[in-house]
Design a protein around this ligand. Structure first.
Ligand code: 6PG
Length: 617
C-alpha cells in the first residue's frame, strides 16, 4: 500500500515473483466510472472507493494460495474493510510528496500535482505492518520486506513474560513436545532474559523474541498467546501493545492472578475486535508451573476448545490420570475461582501456623515436624502440610532457619479480594477473612512488641493430644473449604456462570497449592446443592470432632496463644447449627434506635413491624 507513484506495482510484482505467489493489481478491479474519473484527473472519494474495495475484499477471500496485492489502501477504514475475513500483512511504501513527484516526472509518468496532493491528504499511514522507505534500490526494498515478512508461524503457542512462572510454564510445555515461542521485553535489566532462556532450554521447539511483532508472527494461526506478567496495569499495557498485532479469532490468555472484573472488562474490549480472551487461574507456584500446574479456565468456551489440548498436556494429572484443568465458566469465572483458591490457601496456611503456635511451647521444630509427618499419608495430607514439614526441618548451621524469619506476613492481594467478595456477597467466609486480618496484625510488629512488654506472659509446656489436634485441624479445614465453595457458588449465581463445584474441586486435586487428600474426599460429598454441611458424613464428622476443636481452642486460651482461624471455624459451626440465634436482639436494637422494622416469630415473614421500645414513652 501507499500513494500513487510509491512503486506498489513494481515492488509488488517483484515480491510476488520472489515468493512464488500470484500478483494482483487493485487498479484492475475499479468500476468503469472510477477509471473514467481518474483518467480525467479527478481524485476519487470515499463513495467512489467503497464499492471497489468491497469487490476487492471478496476477491481476496477467493485467492486460495494468497497473493501479493498492490493497492493504495490509503485510509484505515479502507484497510479494515479489506481485512474483513481476510488475513493481510500490510507493507507500507513510504515516501514524501517531493520524492514521489520527482520520481513520476523522471519516469515520464504524469500525474497532476493536485491529484497527488489529494492522495497525501487521504493518506492515514498504518501504525502496524512493515514500513519501507522507497528511497532505496528495488533489491534492497525486496530484501527488507522478505526479512520482515512473517511467513506462517510454526509455534503452537506463545508465552509472554519470562518471570519465574512464565519460564517454568514454557519449559513444561517444551518438555511435552509443544512448539513454543517466548517473549520478554529487553530493557536494560532484562536484556539477558531471552538469551539465557534459550541457552537453558536448548530445545529446537523454542523460539525466543524480544520484539513483540516477530513473536506474534512466529505463531500458528489462530494465535494462542498466554500472558504471564504481574496482574494489574502491566496486563492492560501488554494487551494495548499486542492488540494491533492480533487478528480476529486469535486467542489471548491471561495466566496471572488478575481480578475477575479486570478480566471481564478486557474480554469485552477484545471481543469488539474478534479476539478471544481467556482468564486462566494458574496455581502451583514455580514447581507446579514446571511439572504441571492446576489451571482454572474462564472465558469463551469456543476458544477453550482450541487450547484445551495444550492446557491438558501442560496441566498436572490427578490420581486417575485426569488433567487438572477445566473450563469452569464464562468471562471472569477462572480468575474468580483462583482468587477464592487463594483465599482458602490463606486460611489453610494460617491453620498450619496455629498448629505450630500451639505446639511450639512444648516441642522443638523437629518434633513438630515429626507430629505432622505422622499425618502426611492420611486424610490430612497435602501440599501445604508437606511444605510446612520441610520448612520446620530446615536448618541454617545449627539453627532452625524458620526461627530467623521475621514474623510479618505479606500478601499480594488475592486474599484481600476474596475477603472483600465475601463481604460484598454476604457470604460468611470468616476463615479466609480472619487469615487476611491476621497477616495485617502480623505486620504491626512494633505495636505488638510495645504492647506485649507489660504482660510478661510465660509460655509453658503442655501436653497436646495430637490426635485431637489433627481432628481440630481437619474440622477447620472442612469449614474453610466449605466457606470458599459457598463463595464461589454465590458469585456464580450472581454472574450466571453455572460453575460446577465438583469440577472446581477436581481441578484442585493436584498441581495447586490447595492440593490435598481432603479435596478428593469432599468431591462425592458436595450433593446437588453444593453444601457440604448437608452431607451426613461431613455433618457427623463435625459433630463428633467439635469437642476436640474446643479443647484445642481452650488450650490456646489458657496459654494465651491466638488461634483465630481454629476459633473462627468453631464459632462458625456453633452459629450455623444454632436454630434460634441472638439476632432477634440485633433486629430489636435496629428498630429501637432507627425504626428499621422487624419480623415476628408469630407472624408470616412478609409482614414488618415497628414498635416504640422506649419504656417511658
Ligand atoms: C498459587 C499461589 C500463588 C501465590 C499467591 C499468593 O496458587 O500458586 O496462590 O498464586 O502464592 O500469589 O500470594 P500472597 O500470599 O503473596 O498473596
Amino acid at each position: 500500500m501507499g500513494v500513487s507513484g510509491s512503486g506498489k506495482t513494481t515492488v509488488g510484482k517483484r515480491l510476488a515473483e520472489k515468493l512464488e505467489l500470484p500478483f494482483y493489481d487493485a487498479d484492475t478491479f475499479h468500476p468503469q466510472a472510477n477509471i473514467e474519473k481518474m483518467s480525467k484527473g479527478i481524485p476519487l472519494n470515499d463513495t467512489d472507493r467503497i464499492p471497489w474495495l468491497r469487490t476487492l475484499q471478496l476477491a481476496i477471500s477467493d485467492w486460495e494460495k494468497g497473493g501479493v496485492l498492490a493497492c493504495s489502501a490509503l485510509k484505515e477504514s479502507y484497510r479494515e474493510l479489506l481485512s474483513k475475513n481476510n488475513q493481510i500483512e500490510w507493507i507500507y511504501l513510504q515516501g514524501d510528496f517531493e520524492t514521489i513527484q520527482h520520481r513520476m516526472s523522471t519516469r515520464d509518468h504524469f500525474m497532476p500535482p493536485e491529484m497527488l496532493q489529494s492522495q497525501f491528504s487521504d493518506l492515514e499511514p498504518p501504525s502496524y505492518g512493515i514500513h519501507i522507505s522507497i528511497t532505496q534500490s528495488l533489491d534492497s526494498i525486496i530484501e527488507q520486506i522478505t526479512r520482515q515478512l512473517s511467513l506462517p508461524g510454526t509455534s503452537q503457542w506463545g508465552i509472554i513474560g519470562m518471570g519465574v512462572m512464565g519460564r517454568s510454564l514454557a519449559k513444561n510445555a517444551l518438555s511435552k513436545g509443544i512448539a513454543t515461542s517466548v517473549y520478554n521485553r529487553s530493557t536494560e535489566e532484562e536484556k539477558e532474559v531471552i538469551p539465557n532462556f534459550l541457552k537453558e532450554t536448548e530445545d529446537l521447539a523454542v523460539q525466543g523474541f524480544t520484539h513483540l511483532k516477530n513473536f506474534v508472527s512466529s505463531l500458528e494461526t489462530p494465535r494462542k498467546i498466554v500472558i504471564m506478567i504481574p496482574a494489574g496495569a502491566p496486563v492492560d499495557e501488554m494487551i494495548d501493545e499486542l492488540t494491533p498485532l492480533l487478528r480476529p479469532d486469535d486467542i489471548l490468555m491471561d495466566g496471572g492472578n488478575s481480578h475477575f472484573l479486570d478480566t471481564q472488562r478486557r474480554e469485552m474490549i477484545l471481543q469488539q475486535r474478534g479476539i478471544h480472551y481467556l482468564g486462566i487461574g494458574i496455581s502451583g507456584g514455580e514447581q507446579g508451573a514446571l511439572k504441571g500446574p492446576s489451571m482454572m479456565v474462564g472465558g469463551s468456551k469456543q476458544s477453550y476448545v482450541q487450547v484445551k489440548h495444550i492446557l491438558e498436556l501442560v496441566a498436572a494429572k490427578n490420581y486417575q490420570g485426569i488433567p487438572c484443568t477445566a473450563y469452569l465458566g464464562p468471562n471472569g469465572a477462572g480468575h474468580f475461582i483462583k482468587t477464592i483458591h487463594n483465599g482458602i490457601e490463606y486460611g489453610e496456611m494460617q491453620l498450619l501456623a496455629e498448629l505450630y503456635a500451639i505446639l511450639r511451647p512444648s516441642l522443638n521444630n523437629d518434633e513438630i515436624a515429626q507430629v505432622l509427618l505422622e499425618w502426611k499419608n492420611g486424610e490430612a495430607s497435602g501440599f501445604l502440610l508437606e511444605t510446612t514439614i520441610e520448612i520446620l526441618q530446615k536448618k541454617e548451621g545449627d539453627d532452625f532457619l524458620l526461627e530467623k524469619v521475621l514474623d510479618k506476613a505479606a500478601g499480594k492481594g488475592t486474599g484481600t479480594w476474596s475477603a472483600i467478595s465475601a463481604l460484598e456477597l454476604g457470604v460468611p467466609a470468616g476463615m479466609m477473612s480472619t487469615a487476611v486480618l491476621e497477616r495485617f496484625i502480623s505486620s504491626l510488629k512494633e505495636q505488638r512488641e510495645r504492647l506485649s512488654k507489660q504482660l510478661k506472659v510465660e509460655s509453658y509446656a503442655v501436653t497436646v493430644d495430637t490426635e485431637k489436634l489433627k481432628s481440630a485441624y481437619q474440622f477447620a479445614r472442612i469449614v474453610n473449604h466449605h466457606q470458599g465453595l459457598q463463595l464461589i457458588a454465590t458469585r456464580s449465581l450472581e454472574q450466571n456462570w453455572k460453575v460446577d463445584l465438583a469440577e472446581v474441586l477436581k481441578v484442585w486435586t493436584n498441581g495447586c497449592i490447595l492440593r490435598s487428600e481432603l479435596l478428593t474426599l469432599l468431591i462425592p460429598k458436595l450433593g446437588s446443592n453444593g453444601n457440604l454441611l448437608d452431607h451426613p458424613e461431613i455433618y457427623n464428622f463435625l459433630r463428633q470432632t467439635e469437642s476436640d476443636l474446643s479443647e484445642i481452642v481452650l488450650l490456646g486460651m489458657e496459654q494465651r496463644t491466638p488461634l483465630p482461624c481454629l476459633s473462627s471455624s468453631l464459632q462458625y459451626w456453633y452459629s450455623i447449627t444454632e436454630a434460634s440465634s441472638s439476632a432477634n436482639l440485633i433486629q430489636a436494637q435496629r428498630d429501637a434506635f432507627g425504626a428499621h422494622s422487624y419480623k415476628r416469630t408469630d407472624r408470616p415473614e412478609n409482614e414488618s413491624f415497628t414498635s416504640n421500645w422506649d419504656l417511658n414513652g
